[in-house]
Design a protein around this ligand. Structure first.
Ligand SMILES: Nc1nc2c(ncn2[C@@H]2O[C@H](COP(=O)(O)OP(=O)(O)OP(=O)(O)O)[C@@H](O)[C@H]2O)c(=O)[nH]1
Ligand SMILES: [Mg+2]
Length: 414
């Protein structure tokens, strides 16, 4: 495990997150990447020094701390320019990483699917490109993030031109994947169930809730960004309506723009869902700010207008009843659950059902009795309330998602 020093600069502005709170989150991120924060330093400065970010005097102090405590990585809680990073590294004599790079490292470690890997590499290269000065810069240190899976792993010397062409190739690859995904989604949307996407800040318990609700075996970890690839599971609501639940990548305050950009394809699942279940960790001191960060990302991916059901999770961790009541009022929701203890699910499901009901309609259809395909399709997607054969026709009354009804009617006309 890497031994790290975390450095947070407080520029003295009033912000939603104090320097201490940001430092705390950085420590969580570092831990998720596989590093242990041994020392934490908060530097107070008016503005960043262009050459050294924290100034060369302060950098020399850090060098001493690193040498004294055998620290091999310094993680800055802000973004550094290429020059600042290089200068700092020269003075401190330890690997210097900024926040974006740390997050990219975590994503690189977590990406399993082909698409996920391409998205991460693209984000890494886009981060890197403006930081390259001149040609043939050494990329060896890129392999030396916390996760050590930098894009420069195999190649030590690469120039911008090669990076640019690699970016183009990755983007093309992603476009292909995106088109394929869009096609699949179109099929799913027209011919399938309603979708409910679980969204929320990282580590709030999205995968735990999906597991508990559907017995899916999604990896649950007390680490940030355990889930990178969307997982889709079927769920049968008490009214017999089937829905797809989708687990998604967690959001983060100041999520690097490159990552949002790169993960747009994955996040499209969110954009296209019928309903968003927004999970909030009520036990977290920054729950409100985390939720604000979630809404910022939603806006960035054009999902700001989706119907959202806010779910307050980890209620089992909150001793103070008044806090729960306050949060319920603040978030205007009465849905309090513990995904871990499987508590509060009845109300949650009731609420999901109420939202889903709006998207349903009662359809009365006359289907050729020989059309087994359409008949089984109706049974598959809806709740059949009446069924009668008269002559050549089957008369069916069923509760169906509106778009399914439309798809069937369209199919019957053809
Ligand atoms: N006490 C308590 N812990 C919970 C609850 N729900 C989830 N957790 C814990 O919170 C941690 C994160 O849970 P995950 O389900 O991985 O969270 P996530 O939102 O999917 O996280 P990412 O995929 O990393 O964004 C795990 O250690 C869970 O056991 C809960 O209701 N109560
Ligand atoms: Mg998860």
């Amino acid at each position: 495990m890497e031994r790290a020093l975390s450095v947070t600069v407080d520029f003295g502005k009033r912000e939603a997150w104090t320097a201490e709170e940001r430092a705390q989150e950085l420590a969580e991120l570092a831990r998720s990447a596989g590093a242990k924060v041994i020392e934490e330093i908060i530097v107070h400065r008016r503005e960043p020094s262009p050459a050294c970010f924290i100034g060369s005097g302060k950098a020399e102090e850090l060098a001493k701390v690193c040498a004294d405590s055998s620290i091999n990585a310094v993680i800055f809680n802000n973004d550094l320019t290429g020059t600042q990073q290089k200068n700092l590294e020269e003075i401190i004599m330890a690997k210097t990483i900024d926040r974006t790079q740390l997050i990219l490292d975590i994503f690189a470690q977590r990406a399993h699917s082909n698409e996920g890997k391409i998205q991460v590499e693209l984000a890494q290269l886009m981060y890197l490109l403006p930081r390259l000065s001149g040609k043939g810069i050494h990329l060896s240190r890129l392999g030396g993030g916390i996760g050590t899976r930098g894009p420069g792993e195999q190649k030590l010397e690469v120039d911008r031109r090669r990076i640019r062409s690699r970016i183009t190739r990755l983007k093309d690859g992603l476009d292909d994947l995106r088109q394929r995904r869009a096609m699949m989604r179109k099929k799913r949307q027209r011919f399938s169930m309603l979708t409910v996407a679980l969204i929320g800040y990282t580590n709030v318990g999205k995968s735990t809730l999906l597991n508990a609700l559907t017995d899916a075996r999604v990896m649950v970890q007390d680490k940030l960004f355990s889930t990178l690839d969307p997982t889709v599971r079927r769920f049968l609501l008490p009214n017999k309506q089937k829905a797809l639940f989708i687990d998604t990548v967690g959001f983060l305050n100041d999520l690097p723009h490159h990552l949002v950009e790169a993960f747009k394809a994955t996040l499209e699942e969110v954009v296209n869902a019928d309903l968003l279940l927004h999970l909030v960790d009520v036990s977290h001191p920054k729950a409100v700010e985390q939720s604000e960060a979630v809404y910022r990302v939603l806006k960035e991916i054009d999902a700001g207008g989706k119907p959202v059901l806010t779910v307050l999770n980890k209620a089992d961790m909150v001793r103070d009843e008044a806090r729960i009541a306050r949060m319920e009022k603040l978030f205007d929701t009465g849905i309090v659950v513990s995904a871990l203890k499987r508590e509060g699910f009845a109300r949650l499901i009731e609420n999901v059902e109420a939202h889903v009901n709006v998207l349903l309609t009662t359809a009365r259809l006359a289907i050729p009795a020989s059309d087994a395909k359409t008949l089984s399709f109706i049974y598959e997607h809806g709740l059949v309330t009446k069924m009668e054969y008269r002559g050549e026709k089957a008369y069916i009354e069923a509760v169906l998602p509106i778009r399914i009804k439309e798809a069937i009617e369209g199919g019957l006309k053809r």
